[in-house]
Design a binder for this molecule. Sequence first.
Ligand SMILES: [Zn+2]
Length: 290
Amino acid sequence: MKRIIHLILIACLSLGAWSCSEDKLDPVSRIVDSQTEQNEFDEWLAKNYVAPYNIELKYLMEDIELDMNNYVAPADFRKAQQMARLVLFLAIDPYNDLTGGTDFIRAYFPKLIHLVGSAAYRNNGTMLLGTAEGGVKITLFYINALDFDPAFLNRYYFKTIHHEFTHILNQTKPYSPDFEMISGSDYVADTWNTAFSETTCLQAGFITPYASSEPGEDFAELVSVYITRSAAKWNEMMTTAGAAGAATIATKMDIVRDYMLNSWSIDLDDMRANLSAREAQIPSLGLNNL
Ligand SMILES: [Zn+2]
């Protein structure tokens, strides 16, 4: 409780006195209480997450679910509702479409999704967008900044979900060891954020600076970046990569594509088209009316 009071104090000091004295108090508690009443959103979650997939989406603050080294704020109730709908629409339904049913998500998607309002940071100062633990839980940060622009959604949340989900798939069925040989000794471990910029990583055959950390991250970045970028944007990145960089990435993508198709019957081009069509429908989802 002390930690919560401390957080509230910091929020008041940083926002200025007016926001504390004039903002209406939100009637919905963000703190988990042992006797939290079921609200309409809880019922919606039970119907749309728990019943079909046995997935629990936690939107209330539970510090036991978090790394105690980070001070973070709870997710805003409305943002959490909007995000819950978006996760279904952009991260769960597309896999149902591609695999022809709900069995794939039921079997492999993390059973716990935890929404956190504010951002968290790594020791090297880079922003932590999401974490996945042992394939069972995914934490999404920065929910209170939610914006419906597809580029923003992919950058801060959905690329992360696809990235973490790729790790789970890789843990279940390993990819070809040939993949690790392609960039071999070029991986830079924890210095990825200083070793490469968004341009130089491409020239070195890595789709993002983070992909240069180690092969598992490289693989997950390739899947998640590929399906969340348009063909035009991907081609633009390959132009920036230059002949050598683009050739390295193409060699990796051959393995990535084959793996997703042969191990999971997921065609990455079909997934990209599915996601792109869904992104165009976001404005008609009525998220602002929640
Ligand atoms: Zn990762």
